[in-house]
Design a protein around this ligand. Structure first.
Ligand code: ATP
Ligand code: TYD
Length: 238
């Protein structure tokens, strides 16, 4: 496999074509952004930590029967994935109230959400990733009803798998965002799963171990990401 030209540079990752038209290289950079790109910083080790963390999670999900785009880790900061037609709809599940939900509805941070909630957001930075629903997605052609149904089932299945995985490391999976794409006609999990796109709290102290440390300027961002990995048995290079 040979890496060719840069196809797209996002806020945190760069995507490269390869000599195989079905495969892409994802390069996880140290760039970190929040608030729709209004707060941007480079955090040393973040690309490596997220790449290794994502590879670990994608492998666990694949083993548990979730179809993912992940093929293999290529280096500390790069992974090989299946090239997909991305569906521009982000799926968010929440087990505990935090972030946008607290702001929008004025509910107390930390209350358990039973059953967990499921929300859709349009992937559109210019418009600030607005919240949408199935009807809007269908009417505007962002996703078909069949794709949306599949995405919802898979997103909840991921919740079941990952809540248990993080619980083993004494962590609460508060909420998370997933992106899906289509590969050879099948709806497949894409992008990444890392502390950049989810909230994880220490189960006992409720200390934040995710990107909220960056959003809220709490410091120790990468230290927290590495702690999450360590608790799952991941070792990161020095
Ligand atoms: P955001 O941070 O809101 O997700 P972004 O575009 O800035 O947006 P990055 O993670 O920096 O995000 O860029 C990675 C890009 O690659 C995203 O647009 C993502 O949807 C896309 N992508 C991820 N996996 C695949 C895949 N398997 N095939 C094609 N594109 C992919
Ligand atoms: P949410 O609380 O709606 O937004 P915010 O990031 O503004 O606090 O997000 C819920 C979870 O989904 C949270 O873990 C962050 C993640 N998420 C993303 O990573 N990117 C997104 O574009 C969205 C909408 C959510």
């Amino acid at each position: 496999m040979e890496k060719r030209q840069e196809l797209y540079a996002g806020k945190a990752k760069s995507v490269y074509t390869t000599d195989d038209p079905d495969l892409l290289v994802l390069n996880f950079r140290d760039d970190t952004s929040a608030f729709d790109g209004k707060k941007v910083e480079s955090l040393a080790r973040k690309g490596m930590v997220n790449n290794i963390f994502n590879a670990f999670i994608m492998e666990r999900l694949q083993e548990a029967g979730i179809p993912t785009h992940f093929v293999k880790q290529l280096s500390n900061t790069e992974s090989l994935v299946k090239k997909m037609q991305m569906i521009p709809v982000e799926c968010v599940v929440r087990n505990i109230a935090a972030g946008g939900l607290v702001k929008r509805l004025g509910v107390e941070e930390g209350i358990a959400l039973t059953p967990p909630t499921f929300e859709l957001f349009l992937k559109n930075d210019e418009k600030g990733d607005p919240m949408i629903n199935e009807s809007l997605a269908e009417t505007f052609g962002w996703a078909t009803p069949e794709q949306l149904a599949k995405m919802k089932v898979l997103t909840f299945k991921v919740n079941h798998i990952l809540k248990a995985l993080f619980a083993e490391g004494d962590m609460l999976l508060v909420d998370y965002k997933l992106e899906f794409g289509v590969f050879k006609g099948e709806v497949v999990l894409g992008d990444e799963f890392s502390p950049d796109g989810c909230r994880l709290w220490d189960a006992n102290t409720r200390e934040k171990l995710d990107k909220d440390r960056f959003r809220q300027g709490l410091g120790g961002v990468i230290e927290a990401y590495e702690e999450v990995g360590r608790r799952l048995g991941i070792t990161f290079p020095a």
